[in-house]
Design a protein around this ligand. Sequence first.
Ligand code: J2J
Length: 557
Amino acid sequence: SAEPPHPIQIWPDDFAARYRAAGHWRNETFGAWLRERATAHPDRPAVIGGDQRWTYAELDRRAGALAAGFLDAGLQPGDRVLVHLPNVPDFIAVVMGLFRAGLIPVYALPAHRITEIEHFAQGSGARAYVAAAAHAGFDYTALARELQARQARVEHVWIAGPTASTPGATTAAEPAADPFPRLSALYAADGSAVPASASQGSDVAFLQISGGSTGLSKLIPRTHDDYIYTLRESARICGLDADTVFLGALPIAHNFPMSSPGFLGTLYAGGRVVLSPSPDPESCFALVERERVTVTSLVPPLLLQWLDRAPASGRDLGSLRAIQVGGAKLSAEIARRVRPTLGATLQQVFGMAEGLVNYTRLDDPDELIIHTQGRPISPDDEILILDDEGRPVEPGQTGHLLTRGPYTIRAYHDNPSANARAFTEDGYYRTGDVVRMTPEGYLEVQGRAGDHINRAGEKISAEEIEDHLLSHPQVFDAAVVSVPDEYLGERSCAFIIPKGDRPRPADLKRWIRARGIADFKVPDQIVFVDAFASTAAMKISRKALRAQLRAQLLEQE
Ligand code: J2J
């Protein structure tokens, strides 16, 4: 075909040369380092989940087999493959297999549904889709059929067997109700002839999904060089080594549990990864006790649950050394409870799939650990804090965070209009976050400029949900805003001006869900109004309107 084999990632030559000279980019690749680890310590445990326990040699063998299987099926290096899997060992084998073959994973969250998956398929030009048969009561094979009906380009579908969390489940072929080939069949392929890596460090390794501050999620191209740099440094900053046991509690398709340092950083450091099929504290505590977990990553609402339920759980959580919390702002009151309750050091993590990641360091004074969201990974992370006019604020003042550096993207995949908004001419990424910097150089997140809702760490675009609401026949206009929520951090509230008869909120929610979007995007609250504040509403920006409605709601509460 006339298309380039894969999306092209461009850092200007002088920057790339600088990052290489500094030793950040070392031309390492995922396929090659996995092979190195598997050769150096083949029998060490690598991945544990359900009834599976894989050593490094086993993970490497499976990655090779999948690489061979994907290529034998006709996929070609550079092709994009949608990965839609929960926290099961197959997830890790699949992405490692894709890396090895030079195929490009596109990560979707288990909560995503057909509308989002189709959007990712379309945007990435994906030729294949890999999903679980079912997870948390949802049938992904039905989604796969729908996807192929809508996007003929998605020629290949592979279905991962019954999730290994089902007691007594095996990976042997089950009688299949759907026509799709099983992933388990690919594991039988002989991958020994597949090179350890088909890629170079500068190649795009995968497409990650953005939180989508405006409009729909965008695709984030990350290279082997830039991502492996964050793994290496994150592992060092978080003190990971061969004794590390990382628990994947959040969905590991998220950038945080994937890479900060996450399951990839843990494998990079030679540690072991334990996967929990569900983030609920009881499942996680049982795994912490059984596998002697040393570190995990949580979002604030999940941390709250851990803090509330740990004391009476009857589980031995004494192996935990660090609890990382990120994705949304953690309050100081909750931060303070971590060490006394869980006996582990809190590490705040403020990161983004586009790049920049900040950590509090494990040996920082409590003051910084409790009150700040950390400082950047790299000495070459450039930070700007600007006022509304784009001028640098005085030291210690609050402003808009912009950044560029050795692992922050310069552009989204194939999206000129988003790129024009999100990046400055000299290559800084506008994070949309409002921050201040402490005298120690640590960042405190104060809020955000964009109009997304950060619901327990899941980002929801107000615009995206408004568009879904607006297509309902009884909705004349809609504005979606974030409202502070004691437990979720923020929840979503949809203000609706009805057209004719007022729809019932439950019907509206059901209807939104039926549009085929992730459940976390369904508005938590619906408020009907006759009109938006003033006649001027039509003239003011959506952003101002949302601010006005949010203020109105908070006043009433
Ligand atoms: C306040 N807001 C935060 C924090 C992220 C590590 C950790 C998190 C993410 C992530 C990630 C926050 N306090 N501690 O990718 O590698 C909000 C900010 C940010 C947005 C990015 C990682 N940590 N946030 O959450 O791409 O608004 O990445 O810009 O999902 O989450 O969201 P996302």
